[in-house]
Design a protein around this ligand. Structure first.
Ligand SMILES: [Zn+2]
Length: 459
């Protein structure tokens, strides 16, 4: 509400604030930097963190309630990237940011803020900082430039959604967490739009906050336009190729399933899409059933492939009603498990749909593949907004065990030698020997960007 009256701009009063805690200890260096040049500096810092000697031109004050309404009293606000920066900009103050991390620096610059590094704060005051005043009032923060106005930014923040660990939140095993609810899980990655944490109870990596909370639409465009944008052709155009890799998965299932050779085992494919896996399993003598929430895909399976399929959400789906079958020899989910924001009921239902000794098989992106290991920030930036969990081969066993499954086999898939830095740097061709060596190394070290899990219902 309170804004500076706009007139000729001169700096005399400077506010330095890095939040109540100031974990990066930037308040004192930043206050000294401007005080040294003769400006009158007010610095927000709790008493216990202040230097014992008084400093010339610096007045320390305690954290201020409703700070945003007092910002207008200052000519210049020095802070880090965050809401205060936008509020100060909106209040008509000049803003200079100090970078607490490389991510903060990137974010500050992308909104056009003038940014000082910690190193610069240790040097004598640089008067050229104030030579181009327009840099202290980045227009993209206050008014719409490239759709990045303050209003849009705040609106986006308001649309953000928080998520708990999908495995633990409804598993009845969150007692450990309830003991100390104030202590959040460790952050493994933070991108402009999302935060990822590792659950300290079950070990899975999950999306704990996302700016985009609209429910994903798995309608026709998910498999046509959207799919084509990502892979260059539609799902149906890709059908035979996908089916080929499904054939290998059926062989894996055959080798792990202990069934009498005369039986015709039954498999339920959850998230069957247009049915490439059902088709491959049918070719190899399985009795196949599919479910998906995409109507167009299910009607293709029913009317073109002629397999039993239902359009139903999981885990609400009722197998006895839909297929007259209570339990299957195998249940499969190919690139589906990461889409559930609530996994405990899903895994419990999968178990109930399996005969004892039956197999549950799924595939998912790997949090331990070459992309996740060697280009971690990019991996999390690229993780789709509707992926709630990121599984890691080394931690999957412990999680599945909670639901009565024992891993029989994991297969590392999606090998991309071209994603290794050395291969990238040399530009080795796919047919070259070094490329092939990296491809082999990726297989041996299980560095694929995706993986498959085959586990048995033991309990
Ligand atoms: Zn958990």
């Amino acid at each position: 509400v309170n804004r500076r009256t706009v007139g000729t701009f001169t700096v005399s009063k400077v506010l330095v604030t890095f939040g109540g805690e100031d974990p990066a200890n930037l308040t004192v260096p930043a206050a000294r930097y401007f005080a040294g040049a003769g400006y009158s500096v007010t610095a927000i810092l709790p008493e216990k963190k202040r230097p014992s000697e008084p400093l010339e031109n610096i007045t320390f004050i305690e954290p201020v309630v409703n700070l945003k309404e007092t910002l207008y009293k200052y000519d210049l606000v020095v802070t880090h990237y965050g809401l205060t920066a936008f509020e100060a900009n909106s209040a008509g103050c000049a803003v200079i940011l100090a970078a607490t991390s490389r991510l903060h620096e990137k974010l500050s610059k992308s909104y056009g803020f003038c940014t000082l590094s910690r190193k610069q704060l240790e040097l004598p005051f640089d008067a050229s900082l104030f030579s181009d005043v327009s840099k202290l009032f980045p227009p993209c923060a206050a008014s719409g430039v490239e759709n990045r106005s303050l209003g849009d930014y705040i609106k986006n923040l308001a649309h953000g959604a928080r998520f708990e660990c999908p495995v633990c939140k409804n598993s009845g095993k969150s007692a450990e967490k309830e003991k100390s609810p104030e202590e959040p899980d460790e952050i493994v990655a933070r991108t402009e739009f999302r935060t990822f944490r590792r659950c300290r109870s079950c070990g899975i990596i999950y999306m704990s906050w996302s700016i985009k909370s609209e429910a994903a639409d798995y309608g026709k465009s998910y498999f046509s336009e959207q799919y084509k944008n990502q892979y260059g052709k539609t799902y149906l155009e890709d059908f035979e190729f996908i089916k080929k890799s499904c054939g290998r998965r059926v062989m894996e299932l055959n080798s792990t399933l202990r069934i009498a050779h005369y039986a015709k085992p039954a498999v339920l494919d959850i998230g069957c899409a247009y049915g490439p896996f059902l088709s491959a399993a049918n070719d190899k003598g399985w009795q196949v059933f599919g479910t998906d929430i995409a109507e167009d895909a299910v009607s293709y399976v029913q009317n073109t492939l002629l397999f039993p399929a239902v359009c139903a959400p999981f885990p609400e789906f009722d197998s006895a009603v839909s297929f007259g079958i209570n339990q299957f020899d195998a249940v499969t989910m190919w690139y589906v498990i990461e889409h559930f924001s609530d996994l405990a009921p899903v895994l419990t239902k999968v178990s109930s749909l399996l005969k004892k000794g039956g197999m549950f098989a799924f595939s998912t992106p790997s949090g331990q593949g070459v992309s996740a290991k060697l280009n971690r920030q990019h991996f999390f930036e690229e993780s789709p907004a509707d992926h709630y969990t990121i599984w890691e081969p080394s931690r999957a066993g412990k999680i599945l065990q909670q639901f009565g499954f024992q891993i029989v086999k994991t297969v590392s898939t999606g090998h991309h030698a071209e994603r290794f830095p050395q291969v990238k740097a040399h530009g080795w061709e796919k047919t070259s020997l070094p490329f092939k060596m990296y491809q082999t190394a990726s297989r041996l070290c299980r560095m694929g960007d995706t993986f498959e899990v085959y586990c048995r219902k033991v309990k």
